[in-house]
Design a protein around this ligand. Structure first.
Ligand SMILES: [Fe+2]
Length: 196
């Protein structure tokens, strides 16, 4: 093909559209949507602040309910894993009760459940918690509240929504759904990706 101004222009147009396509491919991770903090963000923290919510420091028993091994990854919008990010969660016990002075619901709190915990992402951006499947308090689906902190800065507050019944469709945005699977041991596992 004879090189002309027109073909040169065409080639540069093709090349620049390829660059845009490449740029799009690198930024295809949508941010995890924000969701309500709700009224039960912990005000009185337990002395135990770890990622094992089934055992409270200094207590001899374990929380009762369906065990959930919750793990996940924290990414930026380029898909790069983010290390040293703090993920904190708070939730109900198996009876749908929060350990919070404003939760006036009737019922016995589980003294062995930690209700709140935090985990720091490792070099691969991964975090994990050992907790319970939260109780469902209708009409809302069971959910776990979470916040994400980078240093002292809160970068996200949202909720993960759970259905352990695969026939039940959750009417919540897909990025906020936590799919859980029952293991042979009768416990549950779930993976939740956070993008900020
Ligand atoms: Fe809640």
């Amino acid at each position: 093909m004879k090189y002309t101004l027109t073909t040169g222009l065409m080639m540069s147009l093709i090349f620049s559209s390829l660059l845009i396509a490449t740029g799009d491919a690198q930024t295809r991770y949508a941010k995890t949507p924000w969701d309500a903090e709700g009224p039960f963000y912990p005000v009185e923290r337990r002395s135990d602040e770890d990622n094992d919510l089934l055992n409270v420091k200094g207590m001899s028993g374990s929380a009762k309910g369906d065990v959930l091994h919750l793990s996940g990854i924290v990414l930026d919008t380029n898909g790069t894993p983010q290390k040293d990010v703090v993920v904190e969660i708070w939730q109900t016990d198996r009876n749908g009760l929060y350990d919070h002075p404003r939760d006036w619901s009737e019922g016995q709190r589980d003294q062995f459940f930690q209700y709140w915990g935090k985990a720091t992402t490792d070099d691969d951006g991964k975090y994990r918690f050992k907790t319970l499947l939260p109780g469902e308090y209708e009409p809302r689906p069971a959910h776990i509240h979470f916040k994400v902190w980078v240093g002292q800065k809160e970068v996200l507050t949202s909720q993960m929504y759970i259905s352990k019944d695969p026939t039940k469709t959750l009417r919540v945005r897909k990025p906020l759904r936590l799919e859980v699977t029952k293991t042979d041991q009768g416990e549950y596992t779930g993976f939740f990706r956070i993008v900020y």
